[in-house]
Design a protein around this ligand. Sequence first.
Ligand code: M6R
Length: 611
Amino acid sequence: MCGIVGMCGNSDAVPVLISGLKRLEYRGYDSAGIAVSLPDGLESRRSVGRLSNLEKRLSTKPLAAAVGIGHTRWATHGEASERNSHPHFDQENRIALVHNGIIENYQELKAPLLEQGITFQSETDTEVLVQHLAACTQDGTEFLSALCAALQDARGAYALGILNQAEPGRLYAARLGSPLIVGRGPDGVYIASDVPAILPQVDEVIYLEDGQIARLSENEVELFDLQGNPVSPEWKQVELEENAVDSAGFETFMLKEIHEQTRVLQGLLDRYVSGEQVLLPDLNLNDEALRSIDRMMIVSCGTAFYAGMYGRLLIEKFTDLPVETDLASEFRYRDPKLSANTLVLAVSQSGETADTLASIKMAKEQGCPILSICNVEGSSLVRESQHLLYTHAGPEIGVASTKAFTAQLMAFALLALHIAKLRGDMPADRSHRMICELRGIPLCIHRVLEQREHIQSIAEKHHDGPSSLYLGRRFNYPIALEGALKNKEISYQHAEGYAAGEMKHGPIALINEALPVICICTDTEDEVAEKMISNLREVQARNGRIIAIATEGDTRLDGLAGDIIFVPRSLERFSPMVNVVALQLLAYYAAHARGTDIDKPRNLAKSVTVE
Ligand code: M6R
């Protein structure tokens, strides 16, 4: 969604703002802008579309200043247009403001401003906030106090960067519900939506807390609460390395991230498995606490929801705990009858997804313990959770999630084994066998990656149809859903994921010689394999184009599937981590053949920070 960057330094901020905005492009945006503090006032440049348009604007009308703010906007209130793009100004151009989030009561704040004769240039909630802030300064109130007052009036979520013409050497920032960090380095101090945006510039960062305001000048960062009381800053050393956020010679970040999966999963095993023990240091759940839990509720969105579906199956398989899953956007409006014995587990790459956050806040209010599987340290979700399991996948820049997903699956596998052991639900020898099987998964993924040319040739054969159907059963049902989602997101080809057993209840009507049907048939334990093969026969009988994911050496699909991607043998319960890699590559090369913008698919945002 929207991205924010700002600098207050000893050299020209404009190149830093542009480079920071480029590093935030992955979040998704449809317009961009910057504003700077000049000796004679505030000035801005804005443009619709890609950042290259803003750069062109700056090359014909340059700006240079040591203090500035920048923004990439993903339209919510009002179309993607120059007048709706940020920064927004008050009527007298005294204050410039960039905003990520939503001011829910903007209509309420706008009414008195309209009565005072203020005219608005845009349709945005953000402009209402900056005009309201200007109104709070009208009676000569000092800027920080006016900002506190304006923010106390605002309802909703915000990360803000603000310039005040009267204080040309300063930059203000504030956070409530949307991520924002403050950084410092040799050339100045900065704000940004995430660390990678300002990684080359900073050595240390502060993760702003909800309800905090930061006042930055070249050599100083002061923090305040919303009442204007000083707060001590907690600086943290930046541990991310620059090569974690470049594409390392791959044509896209997504392809790089697909290839990183072997290393990421191996890293999780190295980190969390010692000998034959699973050790989860941030979980903070002892045997007693775990035994008091009588139900688990997994909430998440999109790809993370499919990881949750997989997690449910595995935890149910390994333990005696009843587990439910729900989409966070549905869960938060249900009446799910929670209690202090319900462990609510949130799954999120970013840790900033609005619906997921709202769900766990609701569960917390009802006394539930919260466990989060999350990739981003310091994220809002992490701060709301007492129990944590980090996926350590590194920054995921491609909008379509890949390595974060397989890391979530591995995290669930380790969590399920850990819970089973602590609750006494799994004998040690079985647990050892499971760990041994898990250790084989990174190599299986590597072997799928080696087949990328074969998978590309299959994708190129089938990419041009209007639709495709993905079928799987049990552990691979969520993978069918994820495969279809990947295809939709990046190739813009309609795709439907289905539980194979449901095919006869509707989707079978779609099958004809033009419809690619991607079938996951890797059950080596033969519990659902026969049923899957029957489904394939039904597709074949209607001339569907079958693309099968099958286990090496399995001859049962000969003559049934037109194209087969063979993957190494693994236990059915762990095979999703391997199979999904084949589906990621299939979607990737379909998108490649269709010529889409793979890392930044249209209309999508990397982290959905608004409802
Ligand atoms: O950051 P989160 O994991 O909470 O994000 C959830 C979804 O928005 C995300 O998985 C989305 O579906 C991706 N575009 C999938 O590729």
